[in-house]
Design a protein around this ligand. Structure first.
Ligand SMILES: NC(=O)c1ccc[n+]([C@@H]2O[C@H](COP(=O)([O-])OP(=O)(O)OC[C@H]3O[C@@H](n4cnc5c(N)ncnc54)[C@H](OP(=O)(O)O)[C@@H]3O)[C@@H](O)[C@H]2O)c1
Length: 342
């Protein structure tokens, strides 16, 4: 397995990470034995970075990772690098209520996560969304205190915008920024990615397959079931899906010519951006099954040269997707999408 070092101070992780969100209710039905088998298969293949959030299934995802690590061979368990997001508030029906980045909340969230994960430390700890009511220095400062106390190894960010990235990095060393980055979402390229490179912060990219939309497995007649985020996502709406899947058809022609799959092409494109843009860019792919994981891992062997990259970008030009990446009310939580004041 190839590895990357996240930023100048972060840990070394596998070149491709496993995002575990979809193993808890997020994309409809889940399958616990298959989820655990997928985590085991990932570790066995050399994947070390496991991403979760304490609010994924309100603790369900951390307990799942706990079980997967507990039942994995010791050598594989020890290689795992856990990345945990906190701060999102949810009610018993799972509705999102806002975000809490206060220092006392950080300490409280951390205590519960350590317990659910069954561990004495978390490798990378990050607030899922910048809390606009709390200066980022206070949130990051509280995680830095947890680093000093040995409960956390590294500090990360998630969906932060340039101003807060700078302020966070001035407060404590930041390993990585987790942010959506895919062929359909290239918004970080102008400012955020160069800034992270300048500050020595790695990028862990999520939504690399745009929640499955550009995986090659989504079809025009597939309807998201109950509890599937994609039922709320503007890009999967009836009025947008045909146009977005036309892009996938164009991408499929490029993939077919290379003899690889659409998902592998989309992941390989993100992998290629690291070398191309001089930054550590690690895709965190949300495989929920072993067959999907195997397909995703195949992307590590796909080499896209300049002609291939040009063909991919001609098939899916920047800004070609129809519909925002989140429903409107959730877009409002994204500091990375806010107009900067400085
Ligand atoms: N920081 C943040 O704000 C944030 C937000 C969201 C997610 N994340 C993290 O990033 C991870 C990845 O994001 P994501 O799951 O939303 O997006 P993703 O990787 O773009 O999409 C994953 C979905 O794509 C489909 N898929 C089809 N073929 C696949 C393949 N070969 N490999 C993997 N998936 C395939 C699967 O859906 P089907 O199984 O239905 O086919 C899967 O649920 C999450 O698990 C989470 O850890 C972070």
């Amino acid at each position: 397995m190839q590895t990357r070092t996240l930023g100048t101070t972060g840990p070394q992780v596998s070149a491709l990470g496993l995002g575990c969100m979809g193993m808890s209710p997020a994309y409809g039905e889940t399958d616990r034995p298959e989820s655990i088998a997928t985590i085991h298969a990932a570790l066995d293949a050399g994947v070390t970075l496991l991403d979760t959030g304490d609010f994924y299934g309100m603790g369900h995802n951390e307990l799942l990772i706990n079980e997967a690590l507990r039942t994995a061979p010791a050598a594989l368990r020890e290689q795992a690098v856990t990345s945990v997001k906190f701060g999102a508030l949810r009610d018993p029906e799972g509705r999102f209520l806002g975000n809490d980045g206060r220092p006392e909340a950080v300490r409280n969230f951390l205590a519960y996560s350590l317990q659910r994960l069954g561990t004495d430390h978390i490798d990378i700890y990050r607030v899922a969304r910048v809390d606009p009511t709390v200066p980022i220095e206070e949130t990051v400062g509280a995680i830095a205190d947890a680093v000093d106390a040995g409960y956390v190894r590294h500090i990360g960010l998630s969906e932060a915008g340039p101003e807060n990235i700078r302020r966070a990095a001035a407060t404590a060393p930041i390993a990585d920024l987790q942010i959506e980055y895919s062929l359909l979402d290239r918004g970080i390229e102008d400012e955020i990615l160069p800034l992270c490179r300048e500050l020595g912060i790695g990028i862990t990219a999520y939504g690399v397959l745009s929640r499955g939309l550009i995986s090659g497995h989504w079809t025009r007649d597939r309807k998201p079931g109950p509890g599937d985020f994609r039922g709320l996502s503007p890009r999967f709406r009836a009025e947008n899906i045909d146009s977005n899947l036309d892009l996938v058809d164009a991408l499929r022609a490029v993939a077919d010519a290379k003899g690889v799959t659409v998902a592998q092409t989309a992941i390989a494109w993100v992998l290629a951006q690291g070398g191309r843009r001089g930054a550590a860019v690690v895709p965190v792919v949300g495989a929920r099954r072993r067959d999907r994981l195997a397909e995703a891992l195949g992307a590590l062997d796909v080499r896209l040269d300049d002609d291939d990259l040009a063909a991919v970008e001609e098939a899916v030009p920047p800004g070609a997707a129809v519909g925002a990446r989140y429903p409107e009310e959730q877009m409002a939580y994204l500091d990375s999408e806010k107009k900067q004041t400085t």
